[in-house]
Design a protein around this ligand. Structure first.
Ligand code: PA5
Length: 445
């Protein structure tokens, strides 16, 4: 069992009868998922993906990664939302948030098309000027504005630098048959990878969307998929209370019903910060609809104990924490003795820094629970490919069960469209004339 849900810090917050009630709802929700009978059941392709993924495409991903490693100093990964967060999260978690600055044999990887900031785009453009580079453009719909804009820029740069050979440096990850990106890929003969129709953006990290950039970073995608497959095997268990993944959904649902409307995912590793961002999209887009849902927030501790810690300890009682704790750090650091002890820190001499980090966690969780903030703890052996694959699948499945427990469709995202419609209208996109007139009246008035 690679993820253990520890509920001992919920004592005093959650009662047995509340758990029993939520367990029944969770069992129903889980059965909807297992039987593929819930809302949005045409988007559940991710559920069995770790078992049934396309092995030929997987081999092509590895081959493409090897080519990029051999002919590129930089890989530009273009995508937004689910077409960006997962790859960035895994690379940061397993390689390092400092990946690009480290001494390594694999290409630097920069992410573009995840905003419309002209400053950020210009800065990345300046990085590839004198370097050999390739582009992995990722968009399930193939029509999202942010990545499309960035891709236009980098495609031109590739063409200027490599002429006809530019097409050999473009890797498109998109729908199998629809969208502008797919048409362009077919027309220009780009190496392309498929995001299946029944796998939504935020559930797509274990497809080529995440796997190609992660493989380019030199990480072991076989172990990642093995972790996810073992999680799938474990979480098939229909008994709500002995299924750790369903248990997590139960606990967060009980806390939500008691008025804790925000879940703060925290970890004591800097490398987990982008995993927090991935989690926020997964749960925020899946649960936040129909006027319901836990608002997902996050913290990297102990860093954020020096900013948000005050609120968590002592502010409005609107949130609970879910702490992801690793039994063993990826790397430890031994603290030497200092004969002068000028900084007064010799009480820590002879310790590993992971012990100090562990004590920070223990001290914090006691302080926060005593301050009225409930804590769920997710215990994970360590941060490696296998355990991260396991944890990713744990969150995906818990998210789907949580959504069904709330009575929402966890697989749509109607709210994401509203801003796009207004932006297109204000920019004068053909077909949006009426909306534009309405919006201009509102802005003017
Ligand atoms: O979860 C989702 O479906 C969205 O947030 C998408 O990930 C995001 O909008 C990017 O979409 P696409 O991959 O179609 O460019």
């Amino acid at each position: 069992m690679a993820v253990k849900v520890n509920d001992r810090y919920l004592r005093g917050f959650v009662r047995d009868h509340e758990l029993a009630f939520a367990a029944e709802a969770a069992e129903t929700a889980h059965n909807l998922l297992i039987g593929n009978k819930g809302a949005g059941n045409d988007f559940t392709g991710w559920v069995n993906l770790p078992d049934i993924y396309d092995k030929d495409e997987f081999a092509r991903i590895k081959k493409a990664a090897d080519k990029i490693k051999s002919d590129s100093e930089i890989l530009i990964v273009i995508g937004i939302g689910g077409s960006y967060l997962g790859a960035k999260a895994i690379i940061d978690a397993l390689a390092s948030p400092l990946y690009n600055s480290l001494d390594k044999k694999t290409p630097d990887i920069y992410f573009a098309g995840n905003s419309i900031s002209p400053t950020y785009l210009s800065q990345i453009v300046s990085l590839v000027k004198d370097k050999d580079f390739s582009v992995n453009v990722i968009s399930k719909s193939g029509t999202t504005t942010e990545p499309a804009l960035a891709f236009r820029v980098f495609r031109k740069l590739l063409q200027e630098k490599y002429g006809d050979k530019a097409n050999e440096r473009i890797y498109a990850t998109t729908d199998k048959s629809r969208g502008t990106l797919k048409s362009l890929a077919d027309k220009n003969g780009w190496d392309s990878f498929v995001i299946a129709d029944d796998v939504g953006g935020r559930f797509s990290v274990l497809t080529a969307v995440g796997l190609l950039p992660v493989a380019v970073a030199g990480l072991d995608i076989d172990a990642l998929m093995k972790g996810a497959a073992d999680a799938l095997a474990e979480y098939k268990n229909p008994d709500a209370l002995s299924n750790e993944c369903v248990k997590y959904a139960i606990l967060r649902n009980v806390l939500y019903r008691k008025g804790f409307k925000c879940e703060m995912l925290v970890a004591y590793e800097n490398s987990f910060t982008m995993m927090n961002e991935w989690y926020k999209q997964l749960f925020g887009e899946s649960e936040g609809k129909d006027g319901k849902g836990l608002f997902p927030v996050s913290g990297t501790f102990s860093t954020d104990l020096h900013s948000l810690g005050q609120f968590v300890q002592d502010g409005s009682k609107i949130l609970f924490e879910t702490a992801v704790v690793f039994d063993k750090p990826q790397t430890d650091f031994f603290l030497d003795d200092d004969p002068d002890n000028a900084d007064g820190l010799n009480f820590l001499s002879g310790q590993n820094m992971s012990v100090v980090n562990r004590k920070a966690f223990e001290g914090t969780i006691i302080a926060h629970t005593e301050g009225g903030t409930p804590n769920i703890v997710l215990e994970v052996p360590t941060l490696d490919e296998y355990n991260l694959g396991y944890l990713i699948y744990f969150f995906e499945r818990a998210c789907a069960v949580s959504g069904y427990m709330l009575g929402v469709n966890p697989f749509d995202q109607p709210g994401v469209e509203s801003y796009k419609k207004n932006m297109f209208a204000l920019l004068g996109k053909p077909g949006y004339e009426d909306i534009k007139a309405e919006l201009e009246k509102k802005i003017g008035g």
